[in-house]
Design a protein around this ligand. Structure first.
Ligand SMILES: [Zn+2]
Length: 227
């Protein structure tokens, strides 16, 4: 009777895929890149602002005259208001990455999740004096509750189609080689500005992109013009 387990197992595998692959689009359509012939990519950073490493990343972006997108965790905002305003004034997009960024966020019930996401939005709005409609779910997890929260709060969900794995891989060379290998026009690259090697990785990546004729744009530009 082992075969009776096959269908539930396949269904379970499908549910895990649908929840953990932000590109699956099963529960929620997240913008994960554009189909375009133009050699453009968007750099996105999650889990900041980090008082030490985010300014390092901003310096590199400024030196290369490149705009990027930062999805901030609300619980890291207190004390870093000036840093967030700097991101914004230097031309970067600031987005919502939930307040708690809790490991259990994907399992939150609707009201709790809505309150959490709205709290990050309110904190960012307070700092920037403008609404922040851009949202990236923690861990890139999507499920019916995340979809309902996004719908209720009227947010635009941003995913990615190139995951750097920069929280796991320490070697700058390997990280950049991995991103370049997966490079394609309209790609959205995921990195983390809380990682100590982030600024160095960004510098190496920008050199590699420049050598290949790629232009870096903000993710909202891809979303608005090329989606
Ligand atoms: Zn995150």
């Amino acid at each position: 009777m082992w075969w009776l387990l096959v269908i539930p197992s396949l269904f379970l595998i499908f549910l895990v895929y649908a929840s953990f692959c932000i590109r699956s689009g099963v529960f929620l359509r997240a913008f994960c890149g554009s189909r375009t012939a133009r050699k453009v990519v968007a750099l996105t950073f999650d889990d900041g602002p980090d008082p030490v490493h985010t300014p390092e990343v901003l310096e590199v972006l400024k030196a290369y005259e490149v705009s990027a997108s930062f999805f901030c965790a609300g619980n890291k905002i207190p004390g870093q208001e000036e840093l967030i305003r700097t991101m914004h004034h230097e031309g970067h997009l600031v987005g919502n990455h939930s307040y708690s960024h809790s490991w259990s966020f994907p399992f939150f019930p609707f009201e709790k999740m809505k309150t959490d996401v709205a709290a990050c939005g309110a904190a960012l709005e307070q700092v920037l004096s403008q609404p922040v409609p851009w949202f990236r779910p923690p861990f890139g997890v999507t499920n019916p509750v995340v979809a309902r929260v996004v719908r209720t709060l009227g947010l635009k969900t941003i995913g990615w189609n190139i995951r750097s794995l920069d929280t796991l891989i320490q070697s700058r060379e390997r990280l950049v080689a991995r991103m370049v290998r997966n490079l394609r026009p309209g790609a959205v690259i995921l990195m983390h500005d809380r990682m100590p090697h982030c600024a160095g990785v960004v510098r190496d990546l920008l050199e590699a992109l420049r050598a290949r004729g790629y232009q870096v744009v903000r993710v909202d530009e891809l979303y608005n013009n090329l989606s």
